[in-house]
Design a protein around this ligand. Structure first.
Ligand SMILES: C[S@@+](CC[C@H](N)C(=O)[O-])C[C@H]1O[C@@H](n2cnc3c(N)ncnc32)[C@H](O)[C@@H]1O
Length: 209
């Protein structure tokens, strides 16, 4: 075991199914290098599986075959985890920081993920306007600022799949103006992982345009 890494929870094999080996490979790589590369804080190792890896993996059933952009992938959460789980989906990981881009490219290569491309850019400066079917993001910013950055990347009728914390209802209220301006509709909060992980995953899912 890598020092301090949470032992693999029983739910991991269930959540990852046939992709568990790659799930383990990525988790171990992140545990080994994440701190020195500034990708995860030292306090995160004891909850890497439950709070980060499984929490990201739980979003997998919300994705459709097509092109998904993950804005602000950082360590690869949720983008690389979802790419492991969904070989039928093409992932574009959008991340401006050079060191993180290098990590994402190296991991995609080492995991043998042919469904991943990495774009070094801020989402709003990328050339991806209108190009994506779904956009994911985790721990990037509050909805009020995240919607203006993510919604323009979607084709008409595309979907936002934004991972959020317990304060999501307040974020939705504060984002009312952006929700109207970017024609975000049919919004719902989906709670995933009850009974599977200690901290459930909340997703703000909505259609744009
Ligand atoms: C707190 S980290 C979260 C990383 C990862 N999603 C996670 O859950 O661990 C936020 C990431 O978003 C990136 N980011 C911030 N603003 C962005 C933008 N406008 N477009 C794309 N990425 C952005 C940062 O470089 C950083 O890697």
């Amino acid at each position: 075991m890598i020092g301090g890494l949470e032992p693999e929870p029983a739910a991991a094999a269930e959540v990852f199914g046939p992709h568990i080996e790659r799930g383990r490979q990525f988790t171990e790589a992140l545990a080994r290098h994440g701190e020195e590369l500034g990708l995860i804080g030292p306090l995160e190792l004891p909850r890497l599986w439950t709070r980060h890896i499984l929490n990201s993996a739980l979003v997998s059933p919300l994705l459709h075959p097509g092109r998904v952009g993950d804005v602000g992938s950082g360590a690869g959460l949720p983008g690389l985890v979802l790419a492991i789980m969904r070989p039928d989906v093409s992932f574009t990981l959008i991340e401006p920081m050079e060191r993180r881009v290098a990590w994402l490219e190296r991991q995609a290569g080492e995991l043998g993920l042919s469904n991943v491309e990495v774009v070094r850019a801020r989402a709003e400066e990328s050339k991806l306007k209108g190009a994506l079917d779904q956009v994911t993001a985790r721990a990037v910013s509050a909805l009020r600022t995240l919607i203006p950055v993510t919604a323009p990347l979607l084709r008409p009728g595309g979907e936002l799949v934004l991972m959020k914390g317990a304060g999501v209802d307040g974020e939705i209220t504060a984002a009312e103006k952006a929700i109207r301006k970017y024609r975000v509709h049919d919004a719902e909060v989906i709670v995933l992982g009850e009974g599977v992980v200690s901290e459930v995953t909340r997703v703000f899912r909505a259609t744009v345009g």
